[in-house]
Design a protein. Structure first.
Length: 255
């Protein structure tokens, strides 16, 4: 994927998240003959496997209909590097971490106040590309929000289904098709993750154990308020009438 972009006066760029709204927008623009010069997509590296399959399918459709490929945008730094290893530079941050006994590297779990994952892996990458395009063209950006097209989210999803794009079944399992490791998921979504994607659940448990070991019980080491992934596993196992398989060396939860 990726397209060679040449300079032109009017340039129409579509921001594709991969979800139902932005996919619906792109399909409608293709069907209605609206101009499309580029489709940009920020790859966090933490998407569901089914989402990568969906993006590939959309890319094939886009190339078949318009002769374009999706332009993937990726940070040179991975989610895990930012979470655990990226050195901190701001003096006030270093002082605060030293006072709290927290290592001077790694951002820990994203929080409501510091949602660094979205900012660094998506927004920053998209804005950097849009800035580049604005330096060459008179840019028109399109963002997929169903309401802007006079349809509901349910209608947007159905339109995608009707045209053969089923997202690998993600929307039949989850309310949102965001990153599988997102700490802002609903408890029910996490329960579904454990059931339908056990391999990703195992990775999530490992990330959380590492975060609690490195950052302790404070916000950086806290997956969700009052809930670690290990405790959620125990809860879900009880609800299922099972015995959770918890790693014996997993850090204890702080209360």
């Amino acid at each position: 994927m990726g397209a060679l972009i040449t300079a032109k006066e009017n340039f129409h760029a579509v921001s594709l998240s991969g979800g139902k709204d932005s996919t619906c927008l792109l399909l409608l623009m293709i069907e209605r003959g609206l101009p499309i010069d580029a489709v940009i997509w920020a790859d966090t590296g933490m998407e569901f496997p089914e989402m990568y399959g969906h993006i590939s399918k959309v890319d094939e459709h886009l190339y078949r209909e318009r002769g374009l490929h999706i332009t993937p945008l990726r940070s040179p730094k991975s989610f895990e590097y930012m979470m655990f290893d990226e050195p901190k530079q701001k003096p006030s941050t270093l002082e605060n971490r030293a006072r709290l006994g927290v290592p001077p590297y790694g951002s820990g779990w994203p929080g409501i106040k510091v949602r660094w994952c979205t900012g660094q892996l998506k927004t920053h990458q998209i804005n950097k590309e849009l800035t580049r395009l604005k330096g060459q063209h008179r840019l028109q950006q399109y963002v997929g929000i169903a309401a802007d097209w006079g349809i509901t989210e349910a209608q947007a999803l159905q339109l995608c289904y009707d045209r053969g794009f089923d997202f690998g079944g993600l929307y039949r399992i989850y309310h949102r098709a965001s990153c599988w490791c997102c700490p802002f998921q609903r408890i029910g979504e996490l329960r579904n993750l454990r059931h339908h994607h056990p391999e990703l659940w195992a990775r999530l448990l490992d990330l959380d154990n590492r975060a609690r070991t490195q950052f302790g019980p404070g916000p950086l080491g806290q997956f969700k308020q009052s809930w670690s992934v290990a405790r959620l596993a125990e809860r879900f196992a009880r609800e299922d009438g099972q015995t959770a398989s918890i790693q014996p060396n997993a850090p204890n939860d702080a209360t």
